[in-house]
Design a protein around this ligand. Sequence first.
Ligand code: FAD
Length: 445
Amino acid sequence: SKRITVVGAGLAGSEAAWQIAERGVNVTLVEMRPKVSSPAHKTDLFAELVCSNSLGGDTETTPAGILKSELRALGSLIMKVADENSVPAGKALAVDREGFAASVTDRLLSHPLIQVERREVEEVPEGPAILATGPLTSEPLARSIGELAGEESLFFYDAVAPLVLSDTIDMTIAYRKDRYSEEEGGDYINCPMNEEQYRVFHKALLEAERAPRHDFESKIKYFEGCMPVEALAERGPDTLCFGPLRPVGLEHPVTGERFFAVVQLRQDNRDGSVYNIVGFQTNLKWGEQDRVFRLIPGLENVEFVRKGVMHRNIYVNAPKVLDGHLRFRGGAEDIYLAGQISGVEGYVESVAMGMVAALNLLSSDMELPLPEWPVETAIGALLNRLSDDTVKRFQPTNVNLGIFPSLGERIKLKPERCRRVALRARDRMDDFLSDTRWKKLWSEE
Ligand code: FAD
């Protein structure tokens, strides 16, 4: 009889395999551990949490909470087992990691329609299949996905520079100007340094404490353009001044003053409220980023929206490589990607994409139309981000208020905005679940 292959028994793959089997379809679930291990996993259990034991916020009016309640409404195995294994964590959902992973493993192993194979998959398999091999997908398979997707559409790590609120930059010190432009104004905000300020900053950067890295991450070869700012600083006292901090063409537009070094910030969101510090991808600890980056003139009181990070993370350029339904354009019609590799970030986001891939594949298999996940729901909003081809440089997305469509009116207070987004999401999810086109997905077998 018909059989669907799911590769990777992590968070996404475990959810996908369960959803398919529960609908009466045979699944082969292929997991490489323990034969081959990833650099971060430590056990042979399915759905192993590689780092924190927290699945994030769980109040219904936060973005993470909305996503969790949608998954519960859809009958998620991972959410059910997480709830059964929860440990006290305030408003977050944290789990006993051993108990959680052991229980997911037991249920999948004892499901009559799931056959588990312990081996490394080295090539994109024949469909119907779901690839859910995660941010640490083993090399041969990553290579095979890269060949089909186009090498430039498969990314191997995140190098994110810190993001700051632009209205917290001191514009009496910083100035707008583009390099070599004669005029004041322009797209870039520039923070100028004299030699003494630069030396102090350089010293602090070298001495700052770095986040602990996994062994495998220190082996990553960085492209020159994505090197951590502190690694570049180590190369020599003035290296930064020939790189991201080069002052040439950035004389002060009014006084004409030349500077020893200039830090540039570039607009990062449409309305210009957020800017990134150009070239400042970093492994500094978050607290150290506050301390060291506030030494930059003009950024003394800056507020960070997101700190810089660098870590191994294999994922595709989703808007280009996927078709909006998690189907892999480079493969046959019936290959889906799920989990972190599909372009989301986070445990629960990965679970959600496992759920979507499974239900989309099943619909197509049952000759139903592909589910139209409402964009007002957390799941639909994530999917929408994965197909937004207006994004210049695609980066994995987590669930946050910014991904939901606007409410159509300005609500200033964040808690109230969240509450309204949550109510709307719940309504739209209810509509979706009662839509008769997909009734067969929710009925028993
Ligand atoms: P995984 O859970 O990693 O599952 C993928 C599975 O596929 C694994 O079991 C792996 O062994 C298997 N596999 C890989 N290649 C093959 C192959 N070729 N053949 C067969 N099987 C294969 N998110 C958070 O929300 N909180 C955190 O604290 C957090 N910490 C992280 C720390 C690290 C070091 C990393 C890398 C990521 C972290 N993430 C975190 C991000 C992400 O949420 C998790 O990685 C999450 O586990 C992703 O789920 P997944 O199902 O996509 O992949």
